[in-house]
Design a protein around this ligand. Structure first.
Ligand code: HAM
Length: 422
């Protein structure tokens, strides 16, 4: 016997009804984004490794979690995308669209992580980005788009965590102050954090290791080192969120897991999930990334929301259940010939959801299948119906009695019955 294979570690097979819920979620996001003037982009699943290296050489994502593709002679090394912001910026640098460029996307990303519930090696995101403006109102618009989306699907236990990482000179001064502080407490830091400190002191703030907790809690805060300009930007973002009545918590140590961020950064934490995997989304500004990728010096801001985790949060909050997937009608035919084939096709062409049984099953077995399908109406063709060129309409989840309808009138009659029941 052949071996049975399993889905690779860190991946999941997503079957109905979960897959149906997933599709509805992505469609809802697309609708919300389009309504706000964003248009879809479809970046490639893989890029030159160098594109992703720009998102942060000091981050775990780039240093340890890249899915590298085999090297091919004469070609640059490629990797599966760990996220899509870098690709969107690379796209901007390559195509130079008119600004502001407001785009959204959805799809899988790949990170070689230690898998656990809510943390996968292949996971999906929906996201939005705005390139070409550093107006703080755009930061607010982006945050509001994500926030309203969570609300729309019924999540009530999401908290917005907000920070500013500053930029330019203010940021450089802060990083120097932070380095001096950690250097003074080197002995108390974990070995991993000492290693991180040598590469990027900011990222030490991101350490979740208990032994680092106390030192990090007392570290200098970025918000106290913002330049007047970055401070004003942050104030305006906060005022905008207040005006829209979007609640937030200031999170002075929120640095996020990627290196490209400048100024506004934010994360959405779900109170319904375990703390280790409670981020259901995150984002921020990345004003230097397009230039880093060889494009013009344009500002950017955006977010990505984790589809897998959002659905886990929906389960925990008992909201956003699977959609009704039942077809409208089920065709039951116990006669030879093409009746079932033709009638099903005709119904579908008329926009009526239709399914049928195969393998010439008995009437009883086909009626059972009809019932299981959740259809509201069974359309029955036995030898009597075939002879009289008619079809029996039997309500399953509709009121009324069984009736015999001329074959030529079936589609119109079914439509009228379904419409009347809506
Ligand atoms: P990120 O924080 O790395 O940001 O990922 C965003 C969201 O993707 C997370 O909050 C989480 O919900 C989900 N996620 C990340 N890794 C995993 C995983 N291994 N398993 C399941 N879900 C996961 C970004 O990716 C940035 N590109 C966001 C952004 C857009 N910043 C600016 N624009």
């Amino acid at each position: 016997m052949a071996d049975t294979f399993q889905a690779p570690r860190g991946t999941r097979d997503i079957l109905a009804p979960e897959s149906e819920r997933w599709h509805v979620l992505v469609a809802r996001f697309a609708q919300a984004a389009r309504q706000a003037g964003y248009r879809p982009v479809i970046p490639p699943m893989f890029e030159e490794l160098a594109v992703f290296q720009r998102v942060g050489e000091s981050t775990e994502v780039v240093r340890k979690e890249m899915f590298l593709l085999a090297e091919r002679e004469g070609e640059s090394r490629q990797a599966l995308r760990p996220e899509q912001t870098a690709s969107v910026c690379r796209m901007f640098a390559q195509h130079r669209p008119a600004t502001p460029w407001k785009v959204f996307y959805s799809g899988s990303n790949f990170r070689y992580e230690r898998p656990q519930k809510g943390r996968y090696r292949q996971f999906d995101q929906v996201g939005a980005e705005v390139l070409g403006t550093d107006d703080p109102d755009v930061d607010v618009e982006i945050i509001a788009l994500a926030w309203r989306f969570y609300q729309q699907i019924g999540l009530r236990q999401v908290t917005l965590l907000l920070n500013s990482l500053g930029d330019g000179e203010g940021r450089a001064k802060y990083v120097a102050a932070l380095k001096a502080y950690f250097d003074a407490h080197l002995d108390a830091l974990s070995a991993q954090s000492r290693e991180t400190l040598a590469i990027n002191p900011l990222r030490v703030l991101d350490s979740k290791r208990p032994e680092d907790g106390e030192i990090i809690a007392a570290a200098p805060r970025m918000v106290e080192h913002l330049s007047p300009q970055d401070g004003a930007h942050f104030d305006r973002v906060r005022a905008g969120l207040d005006a829209l009545r979007i609640p937030y918590e200031l999170a002075p140590r929120l640095v996020r897991g990627l290196d490209y961020y400048t100024r506004t950064t934010f994360e959405f934490a779900s109170g319904a999930l375990d703390a280790a995997q409670n981020a259901v989304g995150g984002g921020g500004r990345y004003d230097g990334l397009v230039a880093d990728l060889g494009g013009p010096a344009v500002a950017g801001v955006g977010f990505a929301l984790g589809v897998d985790r959002i659905l886990l949060a929906c389960d925990a909050e008992e909201t956003f259940g699977p959609p009704d997937s039942a077809v409208d009608v089920f065709v039951v035919a116990t006669v030879d010939g093409t009746d079932a084939l033709e009638l099903t096709d005709e119904l579908r062409a008329a926009g009526i959801g239709a399914d049928r049984a195969f393998d010439a099953r008995s009437m009883k077995s086909q009626m059972k299948a009809a019932d299981r399908s959740g259809a509201r109406l069974a359309l029955i063709i036995g030898s009597q119906e075939q002879e009289s060129a008619s079809v029996a309409l039997r309500p399953l989840r509709l009121g009324g009695e069984q009736q015999l309808v001329p074959r030529a009138d079936v589609v119109a009659r079914v439509r009228a019955m379904l419409d009347a029941a809506r």
